[in-house]
Design a protein around this ligand. Structure first.
Ligand SMILES: [Zn+2]
Ligand SMILES: [Zn+2]
Length: 332
């Protein structure tokens, strides 16, 4: 029996999140109950609160970078044991039988449920998850350090893969949670990285340089060399034509976010030359396994700003306002 279950709940569009005590949660067949210790704060949480995602059902508990320990096993769960440290990511479940799922594209499943969106997430003392989408975590990291890897790291890694192995010079537009993790992977892979921040954001540019990034500038600047690929982590549509103009012929621009402001029109010549533009949607369990195996080998370090669970609203405001470098993590 679990007592003192508390969650930060989104009751209506715009928020704020409201602390609520909840009745004890009980895992159904195939589920696990997790006692949460840390939960990363993601820009998607901000989009959820601001009503920028479709079909939000209220009330909902955000949070999809969940670290905790198994408190209770539902019937039939044999892959985990009580007390084991685990992580939950954005992909809460999918149908397993549609064409997308059968092709290994479970990230595109129309029936997928996402953590902290369709399923209550980790801005809470406790969280229920489908055990088939729960991951044992490498010992290399503390709870705080690993939380941002579970979305920022995973989605960022998927973006990096879509840049292609031949991309040796990559630009990152927006240097927050995902970029600071994936820049380390790209550098470890002997690629060169250029970081584009909000114009005048000297603190973030210094932070990027401290990680070994080769060039930093404002997103309104052109890089000194044409890029092989660019990843746009910021949710700013006008960055798409800028990034396309910064990549060479045949280069790729990958959009990493779930939501973006409208893209201004641009002449076809900006795309011409076999430049490619693509989005990354969600993640697969294969991505998670691959990245959780890779991260300790690099090793990827996370720069973390912590907030108590009850200060989740402040963490989300600070994310919007660019008040910290690296990633924010709620401690529970
Ligand atoms: Zn996320
Ligand atoms: Zn499916």
């Amino acid at each position: 029996m679990i007592s003192d279950s508390m969650a930060m709940v989104l009751e209506e569009r715009g928020g704020p999140l409201v602390p609520q005590s909840r009745p004890p949660l009980t895992p159904a067949r195939g589920q696990v109950l997790i006692k949460v210790s840390a939960c990363g704060v993601c820009r998607t949480d901000r989009h959820l609160i601001d009503g920028e995602l479709p079909d939000i059902h209220y009330p909902v508990v955000p949070g999809h970078q969940v670290v905790g320990r198994i408190a209770e096993l539902g019937a039939g769960v044999e892959d985990f044991h009580s007390g084991q440290r685990v992580g939950v990511t954005w992909l809460g479940s999918c149908c397993g039988s549609c064409d997308y799922c059968r092709r290994g594209e479970e990230n595109l499943c129309d029936s997928a449920r996402f953590t902290g969106y369709q399923n209550d997430g980790g801005y809470a003392t406790h969280c229920i998850a489908d055990s088939r989408y729960v991951f044992a975590l490498p010992d290399h990291y503390s709870d705080l350090e690993i939380a941002p890897l579970l979305c920022a790291g995973l989605i960022g890694y998927r973006c990096l893969r879509f840049c292609g192995d031949s991309a040796k010079l990559i630009g990152f537009y927006g240097f927050g949670a995902a970029a600071h993790l994936i820049a380390q992977v790209a550098l470890w892979q002997d690629r060169r990285v250029m970081a584009f921040t909000r114009p005048g954001d000297i603190e973030t540019q210094q932070f990027a340089r401290s990680l070994g990034v080769h060039w930093c500038g404002g997103s309104d600047e052109r890089p000194p060399h044409l890029l092989d690929a660019a990843i746009i982590f910021a949710s700013v549509g006008k960055l798409i034509p800028s990034a396309l103009q910064a990549v060479r012929k045949g280069g790729t621009v990958v959009c990493g976010g779930i939501h973006m402001s409208d893209i201004p029109s641009f002449p076809y010549s900006v795309l011409w030359g076999e430049r490619q533009l693509r989005s990354v949607a969600n993640l697969t369990r294969h991505d998670a396994r691959e990245f959780l195996d890779l991260a300790p080998r690099v090793p990827v370090h996370s720069q973390v700003r912590t907030y108590p669970l009850r200060d989740a609203n402040r963490a989300l405001d600070d994310l919007r306002d660019g008040q910290y470098v690296g990633a924010a993590v709620l401690t529970i």
